[in-house]
Design a protein around this ligand. Structure first.
Ligand SMILES: Cc1cc2nc3c(=O)[nH]c(=O)nc-3n(C[C@H](O)[C@H](O)[C@H](O)COP(=O)(O)OP(=O)(O)OC[C@H]3O[C@@H](n4cnc5c(N)ncnc54)[C@H](O)[C@@H]3O)c2cc1C
Length: 289
């Protein structure tokens, strides 16, 4: 399990990194924390001739609240930095808690939020909660920049809409009207396991009535998917166990899981039912976003 030879570049800016990715095309790979890329290289699943290091770029390292805009999270921020961020703990505790449910301490120390999204693994933990909070992704390339709703970044398992010279530089969780949110992960072990099912829920409550809701399901479709029928069902209803249970049944009918080594499709569907109900209950009752 030795690494193959490669040429390494250590650019000083995102712009320089994008130019290098453009110049070397499909021979090049960006690397942030390396917790995915290096594992794949050691397993001989990936053999880039050129590696462009972006993990050291200070441009990508911020977590800050910008009034009127929302919380800005640089793509190079590690999962432990997300978990321990005072800004996130105050504004979006659910995001900080989702990062805590990832992997193990070593991986959380190196792995980045940008790498987690760009990997586009269906079981990834950060996409559901970020999509539930209406997050956008800023994408910078050699020829310019664009901003997309995060849910539009995913194109399929392990695939995004990013061009080869493009990098995600930051995520913005906008100031919104959600009154509660959460991410619940079900894995085969209490820690360090990939999600068999991941459910994020966000709700806007007013006098016990659900004004708005988002339910995002992970690990049960090629890309993270919103349970839109369940969301619509909830709008205008009084919050309560029975309503949330019914939303769970609807959400379970909306996903298209596969059977694999971790669980059968039927089991995953049933876990969506259970975890959607639990996530809605938690989001509605815990009193924080
Ligand atoms: C033991 C172990 C346990 C794990 N457990 C979990 C888990 O519980 N949940 C989970 O979701 N994941 C898990 N992972 C997967 C992985 O660690 C995470 O997805 C991590 O966040 C990847 O980030 P990274 O910075 O290390 O990515 P890297 O390996 O550096 O890069 C991954 C991919 O993203 C691209 N990339 C990185 N940054 C950017 C950017 N800013 N813009 C565009 N492309 C970019 C790279 O080119 C590469 O294709 C685990 C991995 C290991 C090894």
């Amino acid at each position: 399990m030795y690494l193959p030879d490669f040429e390494y570049f250590n650019p000083d800016s995102v712009e320089e990194a994008c130019q290098l990715l453009l110049k070397y095309g499909s021979k090049a790979k960006a690397i942030a924390g390396g917790t995915d890329v290096l594992v794949k290289m050691k397993k001989e699943l990936l053999a880039p001739e050129v590696i462009v290091g972006i993990g050291q770029l200070s441009q990508l390292k911020k977590i800050e609240y910008v009034p009127g805009k929302g919380v800005v999270i640089g793509s190079g921020v590690t999962h432990n930095e997300v978990q321990n961020s005072k800004v996130l703990q105050e504004k979006y505790l659910s995001v900080s808690e989702a990062a805590h449910q990832m992997a193990n301490n070593q991986v959380r120390n190196l792995g980045t939020i940008g790498g987690n999204i760009s990997n586009a693994v269906p079981s990834a933990d950060m996409p559901p909660i970020l999509i539930a909070l209406d997050t956008t992704a800023k994408i910078v390339g050699a020829k310019g920049e664009r901003t997309l709703p995060l849910e539009d970044v995913f194109a399929g398992p392990n695939e995004t809409v990013l061009e080869h010279d493009e990098l995600i530089t930051e995520f913005v969780i906008p100031d919104g009207s959600f009154t509660g949110s959460t991410y619940m992960k079900f894995g085969l072990r209490a820690s360090g396991a990939l999600a068999v099912v991941g459910v994020a829920a966000s709700v806007q409550m007013e006098d016990g009535v659900i004004k708005d809701a988002r339910i995002v399901l992970g690990a049960v479709s090629p890309v993270p998917v919103r349970a839109k029928k369940a969301e619509d069902f909830l709008k205008g209803k009084p919050a309560g166990e029975e309503i949330f249970a019914e939303a769970g049944v609807i959400a379970s009918g909306e996903c298209k899981p596969i059977s694999d080594i971790r669980a059968s499709a039927e089991y995953r569907k049933d876990m969506v039912r259970v975890f959607t109900k639990r996530a809605l209950n938690k989001a509605a009752n815990e009193g924080h976003v």
